[in-house]
Design a protein around this ligand. Sequence first.
Ligand code: HDE
Length: 682
Amino acid sequence: MAETEDPRPLHTAPHWAQDGELLTTAQGVPMDDTDNSLRVDSRGPTLLEDFHLREKIMHFDHERIPERVVHARGAGAHGRFELYESLEEYTCAEFLCDTSRATPVFVRFSTVAGSRGSADTARDVRGFATKFYTTEGNFDLVGNNIPIFFIQDGIKFPDVIHAAKPEPDREIPQAQTAHDTFWDFVSLQPETTAMLMWIMSDRAIPRSFRTMEVFGDHTFRLDNDDGATTLVKFHWKPVAGVHSLVWEESQKLGGIDPDFHRRDLWDAIENGAFPEWELGLQLLPDTEDEMFEGIDLLDPTKFVPEELAEVRPVGRLTLDRNPTNFFAETEQVAFHTGHLVRGIDITDDPLLQARLFSYLDTQLTRLGGPNFAQIPINRPHSPVNDNQRDGFGQQAIHEGRAPYAPNSLGGGCPFADPARGFQHVPRMVSGETMRRRAESFGDHYSQATLFWASMTEPEQAHIVEAFGFELSKVDTTEVRERMLANLANVDAELVAKVAARLGMDVPTPSQPVAEVEPSPALSMVIVEPGPIEGRVIGLITADGVDVVGAQMLEQAIDAAGAVVHVIAPHGGKVPGRTGDALSVAKPLFSTESVEFDAVVVASGDGTDELATTPKVLTFLQEAFRHHKTIGAWGDGVDVLSAAGIGPDEPGVVWSEDASDLAEPLVQAVGLHRHWDRSNPPI
Ligand code: HDE
């Protein structure tokens, strides 16, 4: 390191931190005025010699960098990964062997199709990219909340993305696949069918980032110190459970709170409800054919059902710190599937192979040159001795004369060390070069059928509705017909129901529908209450509210890790019956039920007024229609009746006193949604 007066690393030195009191230019020159440009007389022309004006505007003009071509919309957080037990039997990666240290991580969540300013709750795949700052360099696990992908070969990636993005002539629609070009492409590319089942399911409209199950998708290869290898699929299991929104809710949220997921992540961390996931490994034998139970492990449109290979929990990820600066961290973080550490290697999955090129290449445009590894969020926490020099955005002041190997002038340093260095697993490769897919990649429908067969009734209904919604937005009849023809190969009931919604004929399958063994692990419907940490419960109140009851309920909900937001007809404070008051978090006129996981009506003198307020009634009816837990105590029950919500409906809890409401309420919220209500599913 070059000698400087300030011993701190360059990026934390005062001129980078910008925490001084005196306003300066970028050159450190203190300025007398930053509100008025230099001009002739007070109403005269501005002078070119005003270097402060020109520097300020020049920098502003260049504040934006190109957004990611996919996954542009995102949010990130810092955290740590802790290992449960050593995995040295399988891998020599130190962070997967040493249980004594926590590995720092940065995670970025994203949607895929929308632009940087698009809404969080669009129907889409979600990205979940984790940078592990290990002692042996950075390892990036760049996964999605769906374990398979649309296409089998990376050469098709520009095609699927061009088809999904807004149509090029009109730049419509934003962050949606419900348009002709997307369905045109996927209907012609049957390998997309299994992934379509996932994105038409509730998995594509998650409740929050915290409630997403995530997958590394591809098969990777672990190798241990003895050179023994094991194939592996990575899973992230959310401790908060796997939960989604309903479609109407996600659409409304897109307008009411386009930052719904970003805000949820931020608030959860600020409130100490740290999002957590368990890392799970599906460890699979590294056989010569790289197949498992008839599944080609190199085909990224296939997953391995948990019932066939258990997911072994090996560690815990906790996100406990929000970024300090969105741009510097979340926007500039650069993930790459080729950021590997010793003990973890890739396979020949053709999608993964293409990704190995793409992620490095894209950063050159996005981050303006080859030195993006020096940006603080991308810097490894282990020493870097790479002999790289110069280039745009060079931050380091490298010393020495010998950035080459071999050298003698630098004492031979840095030198490569086969004992401690990354080694690619040696593999035999032979064969003709060809542009052809393996026969074992030829089955495009059986896992789509498997997914459909593993869903519960409400989940199947949602899939039918999603296909109906999307295809109804497709103008070209032949595209819709082609898509129905593909769905006919998945399941007869599915295609019949989708065709009925579209008012189209039901096609016959072009091949026999596969016989499948359902995988219950794929369903998100739960029968036992789960944790409710970080859930938001709206408490509808009016002047004269039962403050004591409300506070009691709030304490109980707080103890369960969830939060209560008091809603009232006005902002400020809502006075109680007995002189106390509650602080209002959200005035009724500026909030909607879609912002809450559950809604409770408080007892009080003002319930007559609430029972005749149309906004309150639609608020409750909407929460009911979205299958959410609804509660009330005392006079609050009358408001539910006024909204037409019967006390015996599943997920409707009520009591005389607030003290009796807490327990059943927490249990009901823990079930997430109540699907067996008397209204038709949405
Ligand atoms: Fe990506 N992908 N991808 N992808 N991907 C990018 O990298 C690409 C794929 C995923 O938060 C880009 O830095 C190709 C699968 C995530 O910064 C780009 C192919 C999976 C993120 C790129 C795929 C992913 C990206 C855009 C097919 C799940 C966000 C900007 C061969 C396993 C990372 C960037 C972040 C981002 C290319 C397919 C996940 C262009 C060519 C499969 C989570 O390089």
